[in-house]
Design a protein around this ligand. Structure first.
Ligand code: UTP
Ligand code: MN
Length: 487
């Protein structure tokens, strides 16, 4: 403790000796404290004396009255940790945390200079502090909402994925999709590649693309791909409903470069492709949520009319909460096993009779339930009764001059109630999430998952489930709701 007498003479603390010249406190709003840590005791004593000479109040001990903490060679984290240990139980100190440069500049100026960003330790932490992200490897272990903080990066990687898929390089496509999937789930924008060191699925190629974008604002590879004639033509041609990569490739080899040329070439197109070409513009325009709801109302009515008690569920991207989609997907079932048999043709007839269908193609279910479970899936192909269709959707609200309807792609799937949970999980997506669920099942659990069933290779039996939650539980995964499956 400082003797009372002395305090009277030297109100600014014990570091001062009576022999030293001090000016009266000229700046009552400013109470300084110099942190000894890393500054050293002698330099601290020297700077304190200097401050007092210039008329500053410099305290020896830290207290809540301190307005400015002066530090040298300390990181913001270190100072905050130290402060917290000092003010424990007395509330968080609100003092400015300043670099010694503020002090020396103030000494030079003979008054407290304005606090600039460069003086502030807190500011420095924010710049220095780098969040290093981490995430589990499988997309089905992660929660990926639609709130993507790295759309610029994921769009670029998705474009490269698309290009790889259009070039028949599916492996590369998956790698880019996985990399994009990881970035989609990050809680904030990436600012430096060093933040990504601990993340899975980011290979050298993807990291290079990310680095180019972060450092230069764009990736040459992505820009070149976007501009490439081949990519552009492939996108246009595969953008025709019913045209896959192989057909598009063949046409390109035959010299076809666009829609007009295709039409003029007199190529024989199948029914799907004819419809695709005819409604090209509509089908390449996003379906909105309200259009999806309008389609849902129609399908609901169709289902209720042909089989009362049957249930219809919106699946695909719209179930995940997306606001737009390339189509609208529905899963139909009946709570009594077997009642769903023959349902699809009836629904389709009803829709056709009401004039809702511009095109439809139904495929049969060849996936039958045996005595002790569903037939073993031989591949990941789905064998549900399924209808690919193009709806003629009348638009309720119409601006003048707009045509009164538009073409919308609609996928209908019928499943028996015993497989409903698997179908629901399998058709909700995203495609990457599904792929990762199957990969997880196979690699981590020795199980085979399809949209029909889950087979345990160790126990050599099917695992039943009547909800998505049960399937996640069988797989040893935390339940992820649809809105968080947007990997
Ligand atoms: P979509 O292709 O409709 O994707 O398939 P999406 O997520 O709804 O996206 P947009 O908005 O339409 O573009 C929906 C789900 O159905 C599965 C896919 O894996 C995806 O998860 N699916 C699709 C199949 O299982 N088999 C198929 O033949 C097609
Ligand atoms: Mn869809």
């Amino acid at each position: 403790m400082i003797p009372l007498k002395r305090r009277k003479v030297v109100p600014t603390g014990a570091g001062n000796t009576g022999s030293e010249e001090t000016s009266p406190n000229k700046f009552p709003q400013v109470v300084l404290f110099l942190l000894e840590r890393k500054m050293g005791a002698s330099r601290r004593a020297f700077l304190s004396q200097l401050g007092r000479k210039k008329g500053f109040q410099v305290e020896e001990l830290f207290s809540e009255g301190i307005t400015h903490v002066i530090c040298e060679n300390n990181s913001g984290d270190e100072v905050i940790a130290w402060l917290e240990s000092q003010v424990r139980g007395r509330g968080r100190a609100t003092a400015h945390l300043l670099d010694v440069s503020w002090f020396t500049e103030s000494m030079r100026a003979g008054r407290p200079v304005e606090i600039l960003d460069r003086h502030q330790l807190q500011q420095q932490i924010r710049e220095v502090e780098v969040v290093v992200f981490s995430a589990p490897s499988y997309a089905c272990q992660r929660r990926t909402t639609l709130d993507n903080h790295n759309a610029i990066l994921t769009d670029a990687l998705s474009l490269l994925a698309e290009n790889a898929e259009l070039s028949g390089e599916d492996g590369r496509g998956v790698a880019f999709r996985r990399a994009a999937g990881v970035l989609k789930g990050l809680p904030e924008p990436v600012t430096a590649v060093t933040q990504l060191v601990g993340l899975p699925c980011l290979g050298g190629h993807s990291l290079r693309v990310v680095k180019d974008i972060l450092e230069n604002g764009a990736s040459c590879e992505v820009e070149d791909t976007k501009q490439s004639e081949r990519f552009k033509v492939l996108k246009v041609l595969t953008g025709i409903f019913g045209v896959g990569v192989k057909t598009a490739e063949r046409w390109i080899q035959e010299g076809i470069r666009g829609l007009q040329q295709l039409q003029d070439s007199g190529r024989t197109l199948n029914r799907a492709q004819q419809a695709g070409l005819q409604h090209y513009e509509d089908l390449n325009q996003h379906v909105t949520r309200s259009e999806a709801d309008a389609v849902a109302a129609v399908v609901e009515e169709a289902v209720a009319s042909v089989l009362p008690g049957a249930r219809m569920t919106l699946i695909g991207g719209f179930r995940r909460g997306k606001l737009t989609g390339h189509d609208v997907d529905f899963l139909i079932t009946h709570p009594e096993e077997g009642r769903e048999v023959g349902l699809m043709p009836k629904v389709v007839s009803w829709l056709e009779s009401q004039g809702f269908l511009l095109y439809q193609k139904t495929t049969k279910n060849s996936y039958l339930e045996g005595e002790d479970g569903p037939a073993r899936p031989s591949s990941n192909m789905d064998r549900f009764e399924r209808c690919f269709s193009i709806f003629k959707l009348t638009e309720e609200v119409n601006g003048e001059g707009l045509k009164p309807w538009r073409a919308v792609r609609v996928d209908l799937v019928v499943s028996p109630i015993s497989q409903f949970a698997f179908a629901l999980l399998g058709w909700t997506g995203s495609k990457l999430f599904e792929r990762e669920l199957r990969r997880w099942a196979g690699h981590k659990k020795a199980m085979s998952l399809s949209s029909h069933a889950l087979y345990d290779n160790t126990q050599r039996r099917y695992l039943r489930a009547s909800s998505e939650e049960e399937i996640f539980a069988h797989l040893g995964l935390e339940y992820i709701p649809p809105s968080e499956r947007n990997a």
